[in-house]
Design a protein around this ligand. Structure first.
Ligand code: GTP
Ligand code: MG
Length: 334
């Protein structure tokens, strides 16, 4: 099946222009994807073979830790090496922020007009799961466009934000000297996703202490894939530690390149992505079915009267979908 077959002529022209290097076409396509336009799937399907070459770096950490300042510094470093860079700022807390505030929020003002830098911000619409998915789709567009390094900034270190970051090949966790309690509370989650730790605002007291504490925590955890995350102290505002952070990323990249680790890492993400999409497609089909919708609506009333539990209703609806004519097979084999 050609998903591209149904894509409108206007959107096809955008795709051709984008793949030919037109950044305005890229921006328009991102909007199409963000808006869940019916053409989005076909467009993404078409550009997919052209993507995959870019290194994707997630940058996450608590609000105000200096992620954007660090990202801006990294962008300057990468641009100085002649690399083409994409930046995606994902803000799970804001329902709308597209374009306008961006240069400011991302602290890349002085780089505006650079044709080899593309910056985009994305805000929450609907669930964070949806945001994570759209982020990956947008990264595919940037990747197909030919940006060799994509930096994805996400605010927060709650579990769901970690999901956004975990779709990247390398994840930088940015903390500050005051993050001790956060590290304590989120130890396992941080160790699971952090490939490089940056203690920013090292111009403030307590930086040495948290650097030492992080190293302790890292050493106490089994190395993931044989990698012990380096801890870099930084004063991003003054550009200090930025080169070290980039260097740590280069080393992590080399580590991933060896022994097929990159593929292994991407395999897990891709599998989950496909599973989520299958569920979504099935869900759209099922919940669009009038009989199923009616059954759920009636069940909800019973649940509110405590005559039925949501657990039982969900099971019954699912079983009913699997064998619609009441020819019920054994409910839960195995
Ligand atoms: N003292 C100090 N301040 C810094 C440093 N780096 C950044 N800042 C300041 O910290 C504030 C937040 O910086 P951002 O880069 O916007 O932080 P962020 O993590 O991107 O913030 P959100 O995206 O809003 O979560 C700004 O006022 C920066 O100027 C640093 O190394 N030392
Ligand atoms: Mg920011």
């Amino acid at each position: 099946v050609s998903l591209y077959g149904g894509v409108s002529g206007a959107n096809r022209r955008l795709v051709e222009a984008c793949l030919g290097g037109d950044r305005y076409a890229l921006a328009r396509l991102i909007t199409v994807v963000e808006d869940c336009d019916p053409d989005a799937e076909g467009i993404l399907d078409h550009v997919f073979p052209r993507a995959g070459g870019a290194l994707r770096v997630g940058v996450t950490g608590p609000p105000g830790a200096g992620k954007s300042t660090l990202v801006a510094g990294m962008v300057r470093g990468l641009r100085a090496e002649g690399r083409r860079v994409g930046v995606v700022a994902v803000d799970p807390s804001s329902p709308f922020s597209r374009g306008a505030l961006l240069g400011d929020r991302i602290r890349l003002k002085d780089l505006a007009g650079d044709p080899d830098l593309f910056v985009r911000s994305m805000a929450t619409r609907g669930s964070l799961g949806g945001l994570a998915r759209t982020t990956r789709e947008v990264c595919d567009l940037l990747d197909a466009f030919g940006l060799g390094t994509i930096l994805v900034e996400t605010v927060g270190v709650g579990q769901s934000e970690l999901d956004v970051a975990s779709a990247a090949d390398s994840v930088v966790v940015v903390l500050v000297p005051e993050s001790g309690d956060e590290v304590q509370a989120m130890k396992a989650g941080l160790m699971e996703i952090g490939d490089v730790f940056v203690v920013n605002k090292a111009d403030r007291p307590g930086a040495d202490r948290i650097v030492a504490y992080l190293r302790e925590v890292i050493d106490a955890h089994p190395a993931r894939d044989g990698w012990r995350p380096p801890v870099v102290a930084a004063v991003a505002q003054e550009g200090a530690g930025v080169a070290e952070a980039l260097e740590a990323l280069v080393r992590h990249r080399a580590h991933l390149a060896a022994a097929d680790r990159l593929a292994a890492r991407r395999r897990a993400v891709v599998r989950r992505d496909v599973e989520e999409r299958v569920l979504r497609i099935l869900g759209e089909r099922r919940f669009g079915d009038a009989a199923v919708a009616r059954r759920i609506a009636e069940g909800v009333d019973r649940i509110l009267r405590r005559e039925e539990s949501p657990y039982r209703l969900a099971r019954e609806v699912a079983d009913g979908i699997e064998s619609p004519r009441g020819e019920r097979t054994e409910a839960h084999p195995r």
